[in-house]
Design a protein around this ligand. Structure first.
Ligand SMILES: [Fe+2]
Length: 275
């Protein structure tokens, strides 16, 4: 399947990001930047065209036959259990994560997903919203862009990401569940706020926010400092999300050990990344 031109993939009328000098782009950068700074999350509905969603969901579905099945329990910091802490400590509460993951080396380089991720104005726009002048695609040949595949019973327990920020591209919603849920302002630098964390993990919190999967939307979130999860997927329709990764330094990759953990293999199918 050959990728469409970028103006057929991205809704450039609503998101005029192609022209770096345009006042409309600057206004959008400022608006999204304000929202991200306030919430740690910035949702951009209707970013992709309907035809892009259709093509990308098909690419994701085709590649998902080779996905790695991840079934893990972890705490919110993705650490091993610390038996030195009391059993009811928030650091000891186990979370379950179950999903299938497709690496970008399993996606066709001439497909629409690669077309979107490899398009420099998108990288530059995300960097500008986050306030970086020097901004880069993640250079990992497996993990730079991944597809998260979730079927009934799958989900991603409460956690903080290792990466500072991530872009999720919503491709296909399940029949129910599979929502992105987050807690604003819980983790300030140097303070893990265990009281509030404990009430979230115990299901007592009333101040969480959920974002349903809306195909075509982009979601930028600062996962390292934003407690978040994906609620359990229900029904027979698969949930597909593309995850686009960026860094503030060039040439950054995962270690082979991390690749083994997340993707079940340390060696990519292809060694050359397309940029
Ligand atoms: Fe995450």
């Amino acid at each position: 399947m050959t990728a469409l031109a970028i103006n057929q993939l991205v809704n450039l009328e609503a998101y005029p990001i192609a022209d770096l000098e345009s006042p409309a782009r600057q206004a959008l950068v400022e608006e999204m930047g304000r929202i991200y700074a306030r919430d740690g999350v910035c949702l951009m509905p209707g970013f992709l065209t309907a035809v892009a969603v259709e093509m990308m969901a098909e690419e994701a579905k085709n590649a998902s036959v080779g996905a790695y099945h991840c079934d893990d329990t972890h705490n919110v910091y993705l650490e091993h259990d610390d038996t030195g802490l009391p059993a009811d400590h928030p650091r000891r509460q186990r979370q379950v994560t179950r999903l299938d993951v497709v690496g970008c080396d399993q996606l066709a380089h001439d497909g629409s997903l690669w077309g979107l991720y490899g398009w420099d104005p998108l990288r530059d726009f995300i960097g500008a919203v986050l306030g970086y002048e020097d901004f880069h695609r993640f250079a990992d040949p497996i993990g730079a862009m991944t597809i998260n595949v979730m079927n009934e019973g799958d989900g991603h327990g409460w956690h903080y990401d290792e990466a500072m920020f991530t872009v999720s591209v919503m491709l296909q919603a399940p029949e129910a569940g599979g929502k992105f849920e987050y807690v604003r302002g819980l983790r300030d630098s140097g303070d893990d706020n265990y009281n509030r964390l404990g009430s979230v993990l115990a299901g007592r919190a009333t101040d969480t926010t959920t974002i349903p999967i809306t195909p075509g939307a982009l979601l930028l979130f600062g996962g390292r400092n934003l407690l978040h999860r994906v609620t359990g997927v229900e029904g027979s329709r698969t949930r597909f999300i593309a995850t686009l990764c960026y860094r503030d330094m060039p040439g950054v990759t995962n270690t082979p050990a991390v690749r083994e953990l997340f993707y079940g293999r340390s060696e990519p199918l292809r060694s050359v990344v397309a940029w």
